[in-house]
Write a protein that binds this ligand. Sequence first.
Ligand code: 1BN
Ligand code: ZN
Length: 332
Amino acid sequence: MRALVPLVLGFWLSSSLTSCAREKSAASSEPVPTAASADIQAAFEVKGTAVHAVDGNRTLHYIKEIVAFGPRYAGSPGHKKFEDYLRAKLKSDSLEQDPFTFDSPEGKFSGKNFIAKFPGSRDGVIVIAGHYDTGYPLRNTTYVGANDGGSSAAILLELANHLRGKKLEGRASSPVRYSVWLVWLDAEEAMRTWTDTDSVYGSRHLAEKWKQDGTLPKIKAFILADMIGDADLNVDRATNSTPWLSNLVYKAASNLGTQSYFFQHDIGAVGDDHVPFAQHGVPVVDLIDFNYGYDNVFWHTPQDTIDKLSPKSLEIVGDVILETVRLVNARP
Ligand code: 1BN
Ligand code: ZN
């Protein structure tokens, strides 16, 4: 059984889901801090609430359902099935669809990003994003991208379970919360060979759209999850992430006791879905484990299957994302 970090005050991440009922009852039975207890908290530098909330087995189950649709490249039957699945899973949420078309070396295609919006009480947005597509060049293989595309799509679904129905507010020491938007990005993968122009079509489209409609300056943090299900979890440091946000992720992991899984290796400035947002000045962090199997042998191969993944890895990353959200909210 996962343990609660013993510095619990408040109940922000307590869940109404049965599979984490123990965490819920333990966390939600804590009293809401009074002004006085908040002072005591500050005096003793108690960090607040860091909760193990994410259910790795449920997240892994989502990945199983997703890979069963088959490959999810633009125009594929699996892509359509995933879209229907996502709409069904998020039927009670505020889900926006963001269709777009893109020109690629393989021709013109249609793509679709999805955005689930969980409102806060404070002006500003924290975006948590990941891609769900699989690579077009692998379309004639058995490739289903369990880790690459599957894990990111699934962790967002699990995070939705923890954000749903919450007002994202109510902690005495930080009574206001930014909205959280979960974004399933399409067409991250190259249609032929990865270049700046043949990749991240969905995030380039969304960053441009949010530039035009004035959303970009509202984004306080853009947290990207990519390939985070590997049983041998090592989340790398992408050096084109924003330093203060990378540091906050590390602090979040430290609060949860899982920092040894984070940032042991620098992988340089990687071209991933965070880049179009970083280019517009949005604070970004790419949480990517870019060593999948010995020497990354499972990456972009039909060996990227569910048996390589572990619920614990999904839990570690999901919990760190939620803790990072809490820490972003706690910033002045
Ligand atoms: C991640 C998964 N990417 C493609 N599939 C982007 C990427 C490419 C990230 C190279 C790091 C290095
Ligand atoms: Zn990929």
